[in-house]
Design a protein around this ligand. Structure first.
Ligand SMILES: NC(=O)c1ccc[n+]([C@@H]2O[C@H](COP(=O)([O-])OP(=O)(O)OC[C@H]3O[C@@H](n4cnc5c(N)ncnc54)[C@H](O)[C@@H]3O)[C@@H](O)[C@H]2O)c1
Length: 351
């Protein structure tokens, strides 16, 4: 089994392997949650028919009581209404501080369930069981939880670390192609930030080979864990993980969330890379490498210009004041930097 320790707050493990779902109950016991506790399993309408049964069975056989909460799949459900329905469900079922939440699904489930765990009774334990590539390599690790408001993504949220992350790579066998692509968008982000083996695995193609897929997932999680350990609350270094996201969030929002998160991030990465080349900040070779990688995974798409997006960007959490925003600029593979720019400079940079 591939394991990454995340040494932040109460340290926890990210376990990555095929066939882990059946072991969920024993892994939860091993991380200190007591037998007999109730497990609120939060999942969505696509994941429930596939994996809820096996997860319930595993938890029950380790002596846990299970209470499933299923909501409609998709980003549109990541909102305060779903969050409040979940919180009421938890409260009405008499969940106590010693009980816990299991987030079974992609980033939408993880972010929503994690926020409920962070806020119910000022915090109860939660376990991430990510079932999308995006959630395995990114959203299940690092403790960002929250829901979207109508005026912007992730505006209502909390930093709250899970007790355990259990990533069963077998769940990716049912992932639709579009969702696979979505996860690769965040994968390209790691390749740009770190370069090295993450880049070569992605360049060679990770889909076909199980061993390479698990290595890729481990390396992405390890990179993120290192950053989160150094800067849990995103006061500095962690901002790097937002490469492609300032524009990405705006593309997502302006499309009415029809463009999925990872694809929007890929569009943001492409735009920032082209802009860096135009301004002489990245070599042609590295620019072609990034765009070639995106093209290989069918992630190149037309993106709207900066002026149309600027109002949305101003509402983004990353806009630290009314005039300036932090953006991540790419100067080569494994060479990205945080830069504070005015909104006008950002529009000029990307147009
Ligand atoms: N918290 C963080 O640090 C962080 C980081 C990156 C992204 N995010 C958030 O994550 C969300 C995107 O996550 P996502 O891409 O996983 O989207 P998602 O949770 O909507 O999942 C995508 C789709 O795949 C389906 N699905 C999930 N697992 C499946 C499986 N194994 N087989 C078949 N279908 C499956 C889901 O039902 C859904 O329809 C966004 O809201 C984004 O803001 C959070």
């Amino acid at each position: 089994m591939r394991t990454v320790e995340v040494g932040v707050g109460k340290p926890y493990r990210v376990e990555i392997e095929s066939g882990l779902l059946v072991k969920l109950g024993e892994r939860v016991l091993a991380c200190g949650i007591r037998e007999g506790a109730a497990a609120v399993i939060v999942t969505d309408g696509n994941v429930a028919p596939l994996y809820l049964g096996i997860v319930e069975q595993s938890l029950k056989s380790s002596g846990f009581r299970t209470l499933p909460f299923v909501f409609e799949a998709g980003e549109k459900s990541k909102n305060p209404e779903t969050y409040l329905r979940l919180i009421n469900f938890i409260a009405e079922n008499g969940i106590k501080r010693t009980d816990f939440i299991v987030a079974l699904g992609g980033g939408v489930v993880g972010d929503t369930a994690g926020f409920a765990a962070a806020t119910y009774m000022r915090g109860i334990a939660f376990v991430q069981v990510p079932t999308t590539l995006l959630a395995i390599i990114d959203s299940s690790v690092g403790g960002k939880t929250g829901v979207d408001l109508s005026c912007g993504k992730n505006l209502l949220g909390a930093f709250y670390q899970p007790r355990l992350v259990l990533a069963d790579l077998d769940t990716l066998s049912t992932l639709p192609d579009g969702e696979w692509k979505n996860g690769i968008g965040e994968g390209v982000k790691y390749a740009c930030l770190k370069g090295g083996r993450i880049l070569s695995l992605l360049s060679d193609g990770i889909r076909d080979d199980g061993a390479e897929l698990s290595e890729f997932c481990e390396l992405c999680v390890r990179y993120k864990a290192d950053i989160v350990e150094a800067d849990e609350r995103e006061s500095g270094l962690r901002k790097l993980l937002n490469f492609g996201h300032t524009l990405g969030h705006a593309y997502e929002k302006s499309s009415g969330f029809t463009i999925p998160h990872g694809v929007a991030v890929a569009m943001g990465i492409a735009k920032m890379t082209e802009a860096a080349f135009k301004h002489g900040e990245i070599s042609k070779e590295d620019k072609d490498l990034v765009l070639g990688l995106l093209d290989r995974y069918d992630l190149l798409a037309d993106a709207p210009n900066g002026n149309e997006l600027i109002d949305i960007i101003k509402l983004d959490k990353k806009a630290e004041d009314t005039e300036f925003i932090n953006v991540i600029v790419i100067k080569g593979m494994g060479k990205c930097e945080i830069r504070k720019v005015s909104f006008d400079e950002l529009v000029e940079y990307i147009n």
